[in-house]
Design a protein around this ligand. Structure first.
Ligand code: NAG
Ligand code: NAG
Ligand code: NAG
Ligand code: NAG
Ligand code: NAG
Ligand code: NAG
Ligand code: NAG
Ligand code: NAG
Length: 272
């Protein structure tokens, strides 16, 4: 084998190695699934197609709208205010180098996938102003670098996971205007470490059943006792009415039966 041939072989191996590093199968899976779970009626993402998903990044640039790359991997996904519909694919977790995920101001429905927990580099999670439902996944606590959690203006239900208070880098937290319930965790509103920011009422307001500092305490007991009494009296009355009607119907039916029987008997009896 001559030297030139050997050089060629090495070069070829080198090139295959480089390209195999550059086209990342995780990012491709991430984009392919996201493209399937979202709908884009305004055609805002017109250059999003299967062909480009296999190689979304050229070093630090991307031709795909809303995507920024670093070292051949997607690190920022900003698809805000594009009238997108559909749901958030759990396979977004395949974009393992993601630092920013901004899907704010769209019409996205469905839950926040707990699978996002594997985005260990995530610093910004802005899903505000959508129609997201379900509970806030406590697993998000595993995204230890989270700086920003913005879920305001959605339809989220259930409690605020108190584990989120473990996110020591959190500088912005907004869950206002949802349908959350339960006590506000002191781990967010009254954090024990003086270096950590405490989130004030503006982070929590607009949730009918959320209570406790910095919002007002749980509604007074007087009201709930009143409600219990009213419910008791109401159901008592209802069962009385139901049983009365029952008795009336029974009486009527037996009356009619008796009348019928008597009629039959008188019919069978010969007239003398
Ligand atoms: C994508 O993520 C899923 C579930 O987390 C995993 O099973 C799959 O192997 C990942 N695919 C790639 C190409 O990384
Ligand atoms: C997904 O890709 C198809 C074409 O491959 C395109 O028509 C569709 O609009 C894409 N969806 C999104 C959300 O970009
Ligand atoms: C990658 O981008 C550089 C400039 O940023 C360009 O010169 C090069 O042709 C691009 N490569 C591909 C494969 O698109
Ligand atoms: C959202 O997009 C619409 C239409 O392109 C535009 O009129 C509006 O100003 C945008 N809103 C924000 C907050 O960027
Ligand atoms: C999408 O289209 C609708 C109506 O066709 C329009 O009202 C809206 O502003 C558009 N959104 C964006 C972000 O361009
Ligand atoms: C999240 O996105 C919305 C609009 O898309 C923006 O107004 C808001 O400031 C962002 N949240 C944070 C904490 O940056
Ligand atoms: C905040 O925490 C401190 C110490 O744990 C406690 O004494 C204080 O009552 C709390 N404040 C509120 C408003 O809950
Ligand atoms: C609540 O905190 C935000 C920043 O997180 C600040 O802009 C706002 O002024 C604060 N509101 C009050 C009433 O302290």
């Amino acid at each position: 084998m001559d030297v030139a041939c050997l050089m060629k072989l090495v070069l070829m191996l080198w090139i295959t190695l480089i390209t195999s590093i550059k086209s990342d199968p995780s990012d491709e899976a991430c984009l392919t699934h996201l493209n399937k779970s979202l709908q884009d009626p305004n055609k805002s993402l017109e250059n999003w197609n299967e062909a480009t998903f296999s190689k979304p990044c050229n070093e630090s640039t991307s031709t795909l709208k809303g995507i920024l790359c670093n070292n051949g991997r997607i690190y920022k996904l900003s698809l805000n205010n594009l009238s997108l519909r559909g749901t958030i694919s759990p396979f977004l977790s395949n974009c393992t180098n993601l630092q920013t995920l901004d899907l704010s101001s769209n019409f996205i429905t469905g839950p926040i996938p707990p699978e996002l927990q594997s985005l260990v580099n995530l610093a910004v999670l802005n899903l505000s102003s959508n129609r997201l439902e379900g509970e806030i996944p406590p697993q998000l606590t595993l995204c230890a670098y989270l700086n920003i959690i913005d879920f305001h203006d959605n339809l989220l239900t259930g409690p605020i996971p108190q584990q989120l208070g473990l996110l020591v880098r959190l500088s912005a937290f907004d869950v206002s205007n949802n349908k959350l319930s339960g006590p506000i965790p002191a781990s967010l509103s009254n954090r024990s470490s003086p270096n950590l920011p405490r989130f004030n009422a503006s982070s929590f307001e607009g949730n009918k059943d959320l209570y406790g500092y910095p919002l007002p305490p749980l509604r007074t007991k007087g009201l709930s006792i009143m409600a219990i009494v009213l419910i008791g009296v109401g159901s008592g009355l209802a069962s009385l009415i139901i049983s009365f009607t029952g008795v009336c119907i029974w009486l009527k039916v037996t009356d009619r039966k008796v009348a019928l029987e008597e009629g039959k008997v008188s019919h069978l009896m010969p007239d003398y």
